[in-house]
Structure formats: structure tokens, C-alpha cells
Ligand binder design. Structure first.
Ligand code: ADQ
Length: 467
């Protein structure tokens, strides 16, 4: 089997630890790299005075990683700028938060060229190259410009926005056209994929061929909807581990007979935390006789803390949680515990298992792995109930969850009430169906589906003509 070159903004090297950063994606990519050989390339997360393109190669647990440092201006314009202040909000339908600065776009392009210059010498003729996510749209084209004729795939981990929103992005056309340098583009859902096709057709006169290939002029790209999963077996095993059990006991003891509702998210406006708090508050006021039977634990470690919008959402949530506790807490009860830190995955698994309700209500999410982790961690004999936003990519695969509109405090409040009063039979029935899906379409399934698609692309397509 040919080697795999994975390219992503950040590289999560396997270090044997059970840290928060070691998500299912990192585990799966590491497994594929171990099996096929290859390299995982990306930014080290470190800053340097002047970009030199010097690569730091490391080998750990059978996986080779190659990382480069970036200059302060690169980090500001490419990462904090175009990736997180322009593309992220726009692709999550938050056009009101998207910032269109020429400097950001320039820095994004420059860093993608720098990545291409740096990684190009590491790629051998038979390698298969797999680029991850919105930080790197133009990378495939830059590699082609540097003579790379390999099969190159791209996977988008976030939603694809509707055409009208996307056309607000200056030079959207040029950016999207760079994607035609790839052989295969993967999306989590059919919906995101169709949205992409809609833009390409309407704005770029692209044509969809009967074989699912999208073509503009001589360039073509295969599209595939391929939902990511988690390492379900590993996660279920984590939930049985010593430290998960200890956490479980701790949670049970501290909740003194109350039902735990849990939310676990990066602190990000796309995750709908403010709306979730308001939905929970609505439950407290609408169902006063039940309110003291529950408490909500929201775990939300800060992310992208140097971006102002993220500081704002943090302030808003601190204010709101204080207000909810101020209005409702009693001598023996605090309705909302809001915690701003990350936890090891086995601890998280214990928390999920102790929770009667998993409250996962993003306003928009490419997939959402927390919903799947919550299901994987449940006790088969007494599973909790998943409340899931219908605007998460995961909702398509998880229709046995209680699906809600996250913008509606009333729907969230009613779903909490329904979950609390659900019979054991119904909980088991819903959970079994959800668990079967999480097990079957796990992260290795995702990885194989995408890489099989990529490896099966004929080598002689016009995409590899010089650009
Ligand atoms: P994210 O937006 O980061 O990912 P998500 O899919 O929910 O969102 O994954 C978050 C991961 O971080 C989960 O594995 C979760 O366990 C972990 N995590 C969250 N809070 C944590 C905490 N306090 N401590 C430890 N771990 C924590 C992007 C897209 C998603 C898409 C994924 C994968 O935005 O839509 O599902 O990529 O494609």
C-alpha cells in the first residue's frame, strides 16, 4: 500500500497519553500512518522570528511527524485571521461575525505557499496526500504548481455554507476554484456537499457528471459525503476504565440523587452555549416541580482565546451562568456548574456515563463528535438520553436522539422534560439504535471510505496538468 501524507494545520502526535487533544481523528490518522507508513505534516503551534521552512521530524509510536514554526504575522493573518475570523464564522453561517481583511487573505495564501514549499520535498511519487480542513483550501493547487502529480484528497470538517452567504466572501470564486486541484473532496454530509455543488454550478458554471464528478473546463474533482465517526470501541472501553469509574462515582456522590445533564464543547459561538443556557433556564422556570431534580454541568475549555469574538462569548457566558445561579440556586442546590477546562478522555467518559442527559445543541456543526462519544460511553442497562441539535451534521445519522431546534428555548426545555421522564424501555431502544450506528460508522470506517475513494482515482486525470 502506498504511503499516506497527512497535512493539517496542527499535528497531534501520538504520545501515549490520554490527553484531551487525543481525539478520535488523531487516533485514526495515527493508526493509518502506522499501517501504511507516511508522514503527518503541519504547523508546530510555535512562533519563530523568521520563517525558515526548517522541518522538525519526530518519530513516536510508529508515526512520523514533520512540523514547522510560523512567524507572528503568519499566525495573525493566516490562523487567527483568515481561518478563524473569516472562514470559520462564514462557514458556520455567522456572516455578521466574518471579517474581510485583505491582509488576512494575503497571509492565508502566503502560509499555504510556505507549507507547500516545505512539504513538497517530503512527498515521494507513489504517496497519497490527504489535506485536512479549511485552513488549507489552496494547498492542493500550490502542490500542483510545484509539480506534485500524486493523488491528493481534501476533507472539510466544517459545514459548507449556502451559496448566497459564500458569495459575500471577496474572491470566493478564486478560493473555491483552487479546490479543483484536488482529486477527491470529502464532506461530512450530503447537505454540505450539495451546497458546494450549488455554488460551483451557479457561480462557476460547473457541471455534475453522472459518475458524481464535478467539472469546470478541463478540471474535475470527485465529491464524496463521508461522515466522520469516533473510535467507538476505545471510547466504550474508556468508560469502563478505573479512572472513568472513579469520576462516575464522584459525579454520583456530588449530585445527591439529582440527574446530571452534561454539555461538553470547545468554547465557541457555533456550539450554541448561550442558547443552551437560556433553554435550560426556560426548563427551570417552566417545570418548577422538576427543577431541583437536575443540574447542568457545562464543560467548555476556552479556544482561540486571542480572537476577540471568543473573549466576548466567554464574558457573555460568565454573566449568564451567574445570572441563572443567582436567580435559581438554593442552600442545597446550584443549578448550573460551568467549568472552563479540558479533561483527560477517560474522565470525560466517566462524566458522560454519569449523565442522564447529553445536551448537544450547536447552532451549526460540521459533524459533532461529542454526541457520538456520549452514546458510546453509556451503560447499556441504564443509558441516558441524547438531546441533539438538528443543525449538527451528526443529526442525519442520529435520528433516534431527541432532535431540537437549538434556537428555541422552548424546544430545548421540553426535550429536557421529555428525557427526564422517558421510560427505561424507550431509553434502551433509542440508545441501542444510536449505538449500532456509532459502532458501525466509526472513525476507521470513515478513514477507509475516504482513502479507498482517493486511491481509486485514475492517475491520468487532467487535474494533474500543470496549473
Ligand atoms: P470541533 O469543533 O472541535 O471539531 P467536535 O466534533 O465536537 O468539535 O469535537 C470536539 C472534541 O474535543 C471531542 O472529541 C471532545 O471530546 C473533545 N473535547 C471537547 N471539550 C473537551 C474537554 N473539556 N476536555 C477534553 N476534551 C474535550 C471539528 C468540527 C466538528 C467535527 C470535528 C471532526 O467543528 O463539526 O465533528 O471537527 O471532523
Amino acid at each position: 500500500m502506498s504511503r499516506l501524507i497527512v497535512i493539517s494545520n496542527r499535528v497531534t502526535a501520538p504520545n501515549g497519553s490520554n490527553s484531551g487533544a487525543q481525539g478520535g481523528l488523531a487516533v485514526a490518522l495515527a493508526a493509518a500512518l502506522r499501517e501504511n507508513g507516511g508522514i503527518w505534516f503541519g504547523w508546530s503551534g510555535e512562533q519563530t522570528d523568521q520563517f525558515t521552512g526548517q522541518i522538525s521530524m519526530q518519530r513516536s509510536e510508529g508515526v512520523t511527524t514533520a512540523t514547522v514554526d510560523l512567524e507572528e504575522q503568519d499566525i495573525d493573518e493566516y490562523y487567527n485571521g483568515y481561518a478563524n475570523r473569516t472562514l470559520w464564522p462564514l462557514f458556520h453561517y455567522r456572516i455578521d461575525l466574518a471579517e474581510y481583511e485583505r491582509g488576512f487573505a494575503g497571509g492565508y495564501q502566503r502560509v499555504n505557499e510556505r507549507f507547500a514549499d516545505t512539504v513538497r520535498p517530503l512527498i515521494e511519487p507513489d504517496d497519497v496526500v490527504w489535506v485536512q480542513d479549511y485552513h488549507m483550501f489552496p494547498l492542493g493547487q500550490e502542490l500542483r504548481r510545484r509539480g506534485c502529480k500524486n493523488r491528493i484528497g481534501f476533507f472539510l470538517h466544517i459545514p459548507w455554507p449556502p451559496r448566497r452567504l459564500l458569495s459575500s466572501l471577496p474572491k470566493a470564486h478564486e478560493l473555491i476554484e483552487t479546490l479543483f486541484a484536488y482529486d477527491v473532496i470529502g464532506f461530512h454530509t450530503q447537505e454540505w456537499m450539495e451546497s458546494f455543488i450549488d455554488f460551483a454550478r451557479a457561480e462557476m458554471e460547473a457541471v455534475v457528471q453522472p459518475d458524481g464528478v464535478l467539472r469546470i473546463g478541463l478540471k474535475s474533482v470527485k465529491l464524496v459525503a463521508c461522515p466522520i465517526g469516533i473510535d467507538a470501541k476505545e471510547f466504550a472501553a474508556l468508560a469502563e476504565s478505573g479512572s472513568a469509574r472513579e469520576t462516575y462515582q464522584q459525579m454520583r456522590t456530588s449530585s445527591v440523587g439529582r440527574s446530571l445533564i452534561v454539555g461538553v464543547d470547545r468554547l465557541d459561538y457555533s456550539k450554541g452555549l448561550e442558547e443552551r443556557f437560556l433553554g435550560y433556564e426556560r426548563f427551570l422556570t417552566t417545570y418548577p416541580e422538576q427543577r431541583k431534580e437536575v443540574y447542568l454541568l457545562q464543560i467548555a475549555p476556552p479556544s482561540r482565546a486571542t480572537v476577540e469574538t471568543y473573549q466576548r462569548i466567554r464574558n457573555t457566558l460568565e454573566g449568564l451562568s451567574g445570572k441563572i445561579n443567582g436567580a435559581h440556586a438554593d442552600l442545597d442546590w446550584v443549578p448550573l456548574r460551568y467549568v472552563n477546562q479540558g479533561y483527560p478522555r477517560d474522565v470525560l467518559a466517566g462524566v458522560y456515563r454519569a449523565a442522564k442527559i447529553g445536551l448537544v445543541t450547536p447552532l451549526r456543526d460540521g459533524m459533532n463528535l461529542v454526541a457520538k462519544e456520549y452514546v458510546a460511553a453509556q451503560d447499556p442497562k441504564d443509558p441516558g438520553v441524547l438531546i441533539l441539535s438538528k443543525f449538527a451534521g451528526a443529526a442525519i445519522q442520529m435520528e433516534q436522539a431527541l432532535l431540537v431546534n437549538p434556537y428555541s428555548a422552548e424546544e430545548v426545555s421540553d426535550a429536557i422534560c421529555q428525557a427526564l421522564n422517558m421510560s427505561l424501555e424507550e431509553r434502551i431502544e433509542r440508545w441501542q439504535a444510536l449505538k449500532a450506528g456509532v459502532d458501525e460508522q466509526d472513525v476507521m470506517w470513515w478513514l477507509k471510505k475516504f482513502t479507498d475513494e482517493l486511491r481509486s482515482v485514475p492517475m491520468e486525470t487532467e487535474t494533474r496538468l500543470p496549473v
